[in-house]
Design a protein around this ligand. Structure first.
Ligand code: ADP
Length: 249
């Protein structure tokens, strides 16, 4: 039986000046699942992620990771969060230092830190960037380094907030391959529906802070009426396959 790694129960969240950003959201995620979190702008996706990392504190309800309640403002080594904007993640003098920052703060040995940085550089195809200053990199390079800086902490759960935003085709493909080939539990918020379709079998659809649907990616994202109602588009590849199905029926 699959292990339940994330349990979200009746989660509610209000910002000081914005009520009901999340309303009674309950989700269970199994170890090793890749789950797409979709919804229009302002649906509450980033807020959900910030709550999962303990950066925000639930107004009501709770979140458990590996059976333990997420502690507000405490570093949780099980969860790695790749921010929407890589500039929020990278601040060291070099790419190497940025990727070593997390492992160094986990009090690992020098050898282990080196091993982890090298592994993360390799996975993210960033070896050639190791000695460059992160702030001199292109947007796509920065995003890969930001991912490497989270992977080096080797969290069980990876959370990606809009990972394909402003990426060229090759960099986007690199991230798809990276996510599709890792064995971690992945949560991915994106407006790039094809990206979600390629990386996630399951999708959670949120609108106005409410969980609207939770199920198989192709079922939810192929539902024209539902997607339109939530201000989203059916990915082209699903439109195409439905068209093919209707021709062969
Ligand atoms: P999404 O990631 O789905 O675009 P967010 O979680 O960023 O949605 O935002 C959900 C809602 O919360 C939006 O209405 C947004 O304006 C509001 N919001 C986000 N951050 C804050 C904040 N720091 N203070 C007040 N309201 C916020």
């Amino acid at each position: 039986m699959k292990k339940e790694i994330i349990q979200i129960q009746s989660l509610c969240y209000s910002y000081e000046d914005k009520d009901d950003v999340l309303q009674d959201v309950s989700i269970t995620i199994n170890e090793g699942e890749s789950v797409g979190v979709i919804g229009p702008n302002g649906a509450g996706k980033t807020t959900l992620f910030l709550l999962l990392c303990g950066i925000l504190k639930p107004s009501r309800g709770n979140i458990r990771i590996n059976g333990k309640e997420v502690v507000y403002k405490a570093f949780n080594r099980s969860v790695g969060y790749v921010f929407q904007n890589p500039d929020d993640q990278l601040f060291s003098p070099s790419v190497w230092d940025d990727i070593a920052f997390g492992p160094m703060n986990m009090a690992l040995s020098k050898e282990e830190i080196t091993k982890r940085v090298e592994r993360a550089l390799e996975i993210c195809n960033c070896k050639h960037l190791a000695n460059r200053p992160s702030h001199h990199l292109s947007g796509g390079e920065k995003r890969m380094v930001a991912i490497a800086s989270v992977l080096s902490m080797e969290p069980e759960i990876m959370i990606y907030d809009e990972p394909s935003a402003s990426m060229d085709m090759r960099s986007r493909r690199n991230i798809i391959n990276l996510i599709a080939s890792n064995k971690k539990t992945n949560l991915i918020a994106s407006h790039d529906m094809e990206f979600i379709l390629e990386t996630c079998q399951r999708v959670i659809l949120i609108d106005s802070g409410k969980l609207i649907r939770d199920g198989q990616a192709s079922d939810i994202m192929g539902d024209f009426e539902l997607m339109e109602k939530c201000g989203l588009e059916v990915p082209y590849s699903l439109i195409n396959s439905k068209y093919q199905d209707s021709r062969t029926a």
